[in-house]
Design a binder for this molecule. Structure first.
Ligand code: S3P
Length: 450
């Protein structure tokens, strides 16, 4: 089992206005998929803007273990020499996906219809997370799996030697599950059909089409029906990864709550299946504008401009928006604590099975900082008392969860007393330049003695 090594305690203190340009790293979801689909194409896929966070690096290592050549040319610039659909070799060792649920679930899908066996593990957070949501549909293709109790990692997958295509209704709103099934479907003969009742991020569908797979998406009464024809020859691509809206969320939310701030976050992917946070913030009264809107690599992109917003109000976040902002609820709760009134977040059960139980992690930490939080299995609410009203003065546990660590550090930027996290090391999984970038904007985040 991998770990994160020595914890890095960090403290964030109220700061003056944040200003300047925040160039956040490449999109994590698209980075994982670029490497995996590149490995399943025949020939050289060229990638620029790849996120070089630990999660994605673990996926790059895994693709090498399955036989693809993966080469870094310079910062963010990579090539993958793929082995083709069905061309994966059996890894000689255990595949360690570190902290990454996306990495492990998508890779399991990509190998499950090849006649090879692979064993997967991860860090203490990943090894607690449910994998049956992926291994159940993979079993329908003919793959077998043996893991720990409750379908936990470490887990071995024996890929199907004679896979059959499947028709699968995804029981939870999860792009990871949908994507695992589609990637498995690539090496099954005939048509694999995946139906999702609620739309989740659609990067896999868009990228499969870009790589030349035959894939259709139909909106029906049953939901989104995705039909993929198996055994295509995927054609290598040149991919410019857009910057990650989930990372942009941190400088954007910080600027909204720190008095006097004005921050530009350029080149952010605004795929509607990802942009729910920004819609929500605007509904709350945030001074958040989209500048220079354009389309890049088939994805809508804009420069986001966020300014201090003293008059934000709590709102009811529509549950049907949950999937499009699922990773952003922790930092939204920090903004909610700086708005006036109650922000109600419903339909968010999935938050309990992320890198941590994100409702619980935020509720405990925010309460320790003097914020009123209520929660149920599928909902939570935060009561805000306007800008600068978080008392702070607490050390919050990050539970090996990058987004929890960054959310509390953003909270400290506008709190009366500093806010600390016990361990900021997981930030490196998705946003390795978080500290330097926030410092450059004027934030005061320091590493503190343990
Ligand atoms: C992701 C999907 C989401 C999200 C994760 C990335 C993806 O997970 O939370 O950070 O890249 O497919 P679920 O699919 O489990 O909701």
């Amino acid at each position: 089992m991998s770990g994160h090594g020595t914890p890095i305690p960090m403290t964030s203190t109220a700061c003056g206005p944040l200003s300047g340009t925040a160039e956040v790293p490449g999109d994590k979801s698209i980075s994982h998929r670029s490497l995996i689909l590149g490995a399943m194409a025949v020939g050289e896929t060229k990638i620029t803007g790849l996120l070089e966070g630990e999660d994605v690096i673990d996926t790059a290592k895994a693709m090498r273990a399955f036989g693809a050549e993966v080469v870094q040319h310079g910062p963010g610039s990579w090539s993958v020499f793929g082995v083709g659909v069905g061309g994966f070799a059996e890894p000689g060792n255990v595949i360690d996906c570190g902290n990454s649920g996306t990495g492990v679930r998508l890779i399991m899908g990509s190998m499950a219809t090849s006649p090879i066996t692979a064993t997967f593990t991860g860090d203490a957070s990943l090894n607690k997370r449910p994998m049956a949501r992926v291994t159940d549909p993979l079993a329908l293709f003919g793959a077998q799996s043996v893991g720990r109790k409750g379908g936990r990692l470490p887990m071995t997958i024996v890929g199907a030697a004679d896979p059959v295509p499947v028709r699968y209704v995804v029981p939870v709103p999860s792009a990871q599950v949908k994507s695992a099934v589609l990637l498995a479907g690539l090496n099954a003969p005939g048509e694999t059909v995946v139906i999702e009742k609620e739309a989740t991020r659609d990067h896999t569908e868009r990228m499969l089409a870009g790589f030349g797979a035959e894939i259709t998406v139909e909106e029906t009464d049953e939901g989104r029906v995705i039909t993929l024809t198996g055994r295509p020859e995927l054609k290598p691509q040149t991919i410019a990864v857009p910057r990650d809206p989930s990372s942009a969320a941190f400088p954007v939310c910080a600027a909204l709550i720190v008095p006097g701030s004005d921050v530009l976050v350029p080149g952010i992917g605004l795929n509607p299946t990802r942009a729910g946070l920004f819609t929500t913030l605007r509904e709350m009264g945030a001074d958040l504008t989209y500048e220079n809107e354009r389309v890049e690599g088939g994805e809508p992109v804009a420069d986001l401009r966020a300014r201090f917003s003293p008059n934000m109000k709590g709102i009811d976040v529509p549950p049907e928006r949950a999937a499009s902002m699922i990773d952003e609820y922790p930092v939204l709760s920090v903004v909610a604590a700086n708005a006036s009134g109650v922000t109600m977040m419903r339909g968010v059960k999935e938050l309990r099975v992320k890198e941590s139980d994100r409702i619980d992690a935020m509720a405990v930490g925010l309460r320790a900082c003097g914020v009123e939080v209520e929660e149920g299995e599928d909902w939570w609410s935060v009561t805000g008392h306007g800008p600068g009203s978080i008392e702070g003065g607490a050390t919050c546990e990050s539970h090996l969860d990058h987004r929890i660590a960054m959310s509390f550090l953003v909270a400290g930027m506008a709190s009366e007393k500093p806010v600390s996290v016990d361990d900021g090391s997981p930030i490196a999984t998705s946003f390795p330049i978080f500290e330097s970038l926030m410092a450059q904007l004027g934030a005061q985040v320091t590493r503190t003695a343990g």
